[in-house]
Write a protein that binds this ligand. Structure first.
Ligand SMILES: Nc1ncnc2c1ncn2[C@@H]1O[C@H](COP(=O)(O)OP(=O)(O)O)[C@@H](O)[C@H]1O
Ligand SMILES: [Mg+2]
Length: 324
């Protein structure tokens, strides 16, 4: 199937059939929450899912009520697994996985390869982390079939995510042959293939996250990375009717705090509507006619859970599934 055959609709109804979903956005916009929810939604459809976390502190395992997975793959729920991808372990594993340990040894001590590593030194951490993630998504087989139906990358925030996802292009602009260049080539092909990869940007209905989401999507687009849905997280939904607010406001001093809270809530709900429109307009402007589909906007409601755990993830998954 060529890129042109995929309608915008087809692309996104099939979101969970991709090999790799990357979730990025400004810090605190809900990347880990959305990653966990996507994994849960896919697992519900019988898919075996691996969540790769790259941030300093593991969050997804915690959302499932499990201890940190660390560098070993651990099961978080039925069909949901996670791993914390860190450069030192990824470096060793990446070598073993892609070059086989014996070959790796020989190669690492070969000057030519050391030179590759040195030239790429500033991006070395990204190279090995991305290599490991892409390997799980595309090259890890179990009895002839992909071990993972889906890999969800809970990616770093904006700038660091761009650095991670563009490392193959940067590397290939410096080095065009050798084993690493060959790997960076297939990884770049995977990352740029909208039938296998989608990059989701998370935002909140607030000015800074919205501006950052729009800029990030433009930068991803420029890098030919396939834009998946834009997730507007923590959307405040209208809760009180005008009549209810008037009644509370008339309730006198006893209810003045409640009246303020209701007003505050409705103000946030209005802001959510306003920023939803800003994002919808930006998506429309970003998808020029004839271009690859740029992904719809998925809204996830603001939740008021006291304990933000599996219960909340279920609700986020439900909202995403509904929006898809
Ligand atoms: N839809 C939501 N409603 C309420 N709180 C949310 C929602 N999504 C995320 N949160 C909370 O917002 C904070 C940041 O979410 P997290 O997923 O850790 O963001 P990120 O991974 O982007 O830093 C967490 O405390 C999380 O519990
Ligand atoms: Mg996070």
């Amino acid at each position: 199937m060529s890129e042109g055959d995929i309608s915008e609709r087809g692309l996104h109804t099939d979101l969970l059939s991709r090999r790799l979903l990357v979730v990025t956005g400004k810090g605190g916009t809900g990347k880990s929450t959305i990653s966990a929810a996507l994994a849960l939604a896919a697992a519900r459809r019988g898919k075996r899912v691996l969540v790769c976390e790259v941030s300093a502190r593991e969050r997804v395992s915690e959302l499932f009520g499990k201890p940190p997975s660390g560098p070993e793959i651990r099961e978080l729920a039925k069909n949901v697994y996670s791993v914390h991808v860190r450069p030192p372990e990824a470096m060793r594993e990446y070598g073993i996985m892609t070059l086989r340990s014996e070959t790796l040894y020989n190669l690492v001590f070969e000057r030519k390869v050391v030179r590759y590593f040195l030239r790429a030194a500033p991006s070395l951490a990204e190279i090995v982390m991305l290599g490991k993630i892409a390997w799980h998504a595309e090259k890890e087989f179990d009895r002839g079939v992909h071990k993972w139906d889906l890999v969800v990358l809970d990616a770093p925030a904006t700038g660091h995510a761009l650095a991670l996802l563009t490392v193959p292009r940067v590397f290939l602009s410096l080095v065009s042959d050798g084993p690493l260049a060959a790997d960076m080539t297939w990884i770049q092909t995977l990352l740029q293939d909208p039938t296998r990869t989608q990059v989701l940007v998370a935002s909140l209905p607030e000015e800074m996250p919205v501006n950052e989401a729009i800029e990030l999507r433009a930068a991803l687009c420029k890098e030919k990375l396939p834009l998946g849905p834009l997730v507007l997280n923590a959307v405040f939904q209208p809760r009180f009717t005008e009549a209810e607010r008037t009644a509370v406001a008339r309730g006198g001093p006893m209810l003045s705090a409640a009246a303020d809270a209701a007003d505050g809530h409705e103000a946030r709900a209005q802001m959510s509507v306003q920023y939803e429109k800003v994002l919808r307009d930006a998506i429309a402007a970003q998808s020029a006619p004839g271009q690859a589909a740029q992904g719809p906007l998925l809204c996830v409601p603001q939740l008021f859970e006291r304990q933000f755990g599996l219960n909340a993830i279920e609700k986020v998954a439900h909202a995403l599934e509904g929006a898809l």
